[in-house]
Design a protein around this ligand. Structure first.
Ligand code: FEO
Length: 407
């Protein structure tokens, strides 16, 4: 892949992780994900972030660098916005090709740089407001953005072009092919990247939403003409669109989320499954969007994105050995880790000898401030009365959500 000019002297170079890999070793990315790095050329050459050391990606990266007539030895400065190895995996090798390069990184990042790459020489620690002058009118200003996504993260702003190199913030899943910029996308592609931004956010950043809000507030006074994230497309026509999307995603944590319901269900022998259709009908009868997932068949990465956005959750699962059905326990454990908070929740499900799933559900989600409706539980096979009751309760939940969050 060749480097792409963003503006005079500033270029994107990037690689794609393919759709059959798992991001962070766990999240499905059927549409791939890009890892973006940027070149800023003044009298000195700076690179902003690097690339993961996986397969042929470093070679592809060097090829992209070469398309700009640059090789690693010609880079004067490496700005490390974030030390996670999707951006720095190749750094130890890269540093051998350019032993005199100088690094710009936060103080917290410097210790991680040493731990991951053994690099201590030529390391300049920076804080918010520090400036690196590249000459020829190009200057970089650094802004600490802790926990977006790791504690050491910062973002970098080029003052002449007003480009924000935002690292993980404002990123999305989805491989980059021909179109690099928002204004090159069809309506479908544009919607796709916004949807993939939500899934990326829910998987990677959601647990740090309060820090995302702080970072957005910090950047409010900056005149940002272009957002160049470390994953996904470059937003040059309407950077505010992705800032607004991220502000909305962050707000979902404390509400209001969207007037939608995510139904997640699991069944062992079919007695919980028999009620699912009626529950969905009940939820849809109020006319709000209802998204349905089955676990363990569908991956938690997709479920998480839908649940993050929805004001309401309906969880269908049987009791298993006096506790939750384990595939659902895995989903809920992830919800707790990612802070899927402030939901209105209905649970339904069967049990054999005794219940117990609801008790464990309420315990595992104790800190999430969920508003539980009375569950619908039954022993053995569901009766017609149980089916009617489950449909009525899910309709009641939908009506509440529509009344409280509907526009
Ligand atoms: Fe794209 Fe947190 O690294």
């Amino acid at each position: 892949m060749k480097g792409t000019k963003i503006t005079d002297g500033i270029y994107r170079i990037g690689v794609n992780l393919e759709g059959d890999s798992l991001f962070e070793g766990m999240w499905p990315i059927p549409n791939g994900v890009s890892i973006n790095s940027y070149v800023v050329r003044g009298q000195k050459n700076a690179l902003i972030d690097l690339v993961q050391n996986i397969g042929e990606k470093p070679a592809e990266y060097q090829e992209a660098l070469a398309s700009l007539s640059l090789e690693p030895g010609q880079i004067d400065y490496l700005v490390i916005n974030h030390m996670e190895p999707d951006h720095t995996g190749w750094l130890a090798e890269f540093s051998k090709k350019n032993p005199n390069i100088e690094y710009y990184i936060t103080a917290k990042g410097a210790s991680v740089l040493k731990a991951f790459c053994g690099i201590e020489k030529n390391v300049h620690t920076v804080k918010t407001g520090d400036i690196l002058d590249l000459g020829a009118g190009k200057t970089l200003t650094f802004y600490e953005a802790p926990n977006v996504h790791w504690p050491e993260t910062m973002v970098t702003y080029e003052n002449s072009s007003k480009i924000l190199f935002s690292c993980d913030a404002f990123g999305s899943y989805g491989a980059i092919t021909d179109a690099v910029f928002d204004d090159q996308l069809s309506t479908e592609q544009y919607d796709f990247f916004l949807q993939e931004a939500l899934r990326y956010y829910a998987n990677i950043v959601a647990g740090f939403s309060s820090f995302v809000e702080k970072a957005i507030a910090l950047l409010k006074n900056l005149d940002i003409r272009i957002i160049a994230p470390s994953h996904g497309i470059v937003w040059r026509e309407n950077p505010q669109a992705i800032i607004d999307a991220y502000a909305r995603f962050a707000r979902y944590m404390n509400g209001p989320a969207e007037p939608e319901i995510t139904v997640i269900w699991a069944s062992m022998y079919g007695n919980t499954e028999k009620v699912v259709r009626r529950v969905i009908q009940g939820a849809r009868s109020e006319g709000i969007p209802v998204h349905v997932f089955r676990t363990p068949e569908e991956d938690v990465g997709f479920i998480l994105a839908s649940a993050w956005k929805s004001a309401g959750l309906i969880l269908g699962m049987p009791t298993y050995e006096y506790r939750m059905f384990p595939p659902m326990a895995w989903v809920l454990d992830m919800f707790a880790r990612k802070k899927v908070m402030n939901k209105k929740v209905l649970r339904f499900g069967s049990f054999g000898w005794s219940g117990g799933a609801q008790r464990e559900l309420e315990a595992i989600t104790e800190k999430l401030k969920w508003d539980f409706m009375e569950p619908v539980e039954w022993q053995g096979a569901p009766s017609e009365e149980i089916m009617d009751l489950a449909a009525a309760r899910s309709r009641e939940l939908a009506a509440k959500i529509k009344a409280e969050y509907g526009k």
